[in-house]
Design a protein around this ligand. Structure first.
Ligand code: ZN
Length: 212
């Protein structure tokens, strides 16, 4: 079961169709496995539909946005989802391969990467698959922009906690971390980067993305 979820604002942007294609993919991959967030998106979709219907009569107050976020946050975690979510792996469809059989590029040490930005023509972000071998460590780094990550396989831990399969995490330039793959499986993540990451340890930028 996932423990780290997208925040309400991100789900709201997703429901409104305002996210870029790579960011929307991260959300969809998480939603596919997280009934809690599916319930929240269902609520948002319903609210959006009502607002569209009533648009000419509704005046938007300053507190409306906060009120809506509070409503989303109050959705019970175990509520059954009603929204249909694709059952075929979205990523496998995109890549045409199992993630373990991709042409990974080995970086220094325990990290391999595969840049799949070209799968998203016209998008500004960099989209990268990252693999940290079981028990492996990535060098310490911060981020120059925002990095949105979904764990596709295995798990990793850093100063913020343990991130398991389908967990969702957003890192910013305020976050310095040093991920370690935990468990007996290689940890594979999908990350959308708005700017390159910046190494803070002794390694330099020959390394990528747990490092880029
Ligand atoms: Zn969730």
């Amino acid at each position: 079961m996932t423990r780290h979820h997208p925040d309400s604002l991100t789900l709201m942007e997703y429901s409104a169709g305002n996210l870029s294609e790579p960011h929307a993919l991260c959300i969809r991959l998480h939603l596919d496995k997280c009934s809690h967030c599916r319930s929240r998106v269902d609520t948002l979709d319903s609210l959006g539909a009502v607002m569209m219907e009533q648009q000419p009569k509704v005046s938007v107050s300053e507190t409306m946005f906060d009120d809506i976020l509070a409503k989303i946050d109050s959705v019970p975690a175990l509520e059954q989802p009603t929204k249909a979510v694709p059952k075929i792996s979205l990523l496998q469809k995109l890549l045409g391969e199992d993630i373990n059989n991709l042409p990974w590029k080995r970086q220094l040490g325990d990290v391999s990467v595969l840049d799949i930005t070209e799968k998203f023509p016209g998008q500004k972000e960099q989209v990268v698959l990252q693999k940290l071998v079981a028990g492996g460590k990535a060098p310490a780094h911060t981020h120059r922009g925002t990095e949105t990550t979904v764990v596709l396989q295995g798990a990793f831990s850093d100063q913020k906690g343990v991130f398991n399969q389908w967990d969702f995490v957003v890192l910013t330039d305020q976050d310095e971390h040093k991920p370690v793959a935990v468990g007996c499986e290689d940890c594979i993540t999908l990350s959308v980067l708005s700017a390159p990451v910046k190494l803070t340890g002794t390694f330099t930028r020959m390394l990528n993305p747990f490092i880029r």
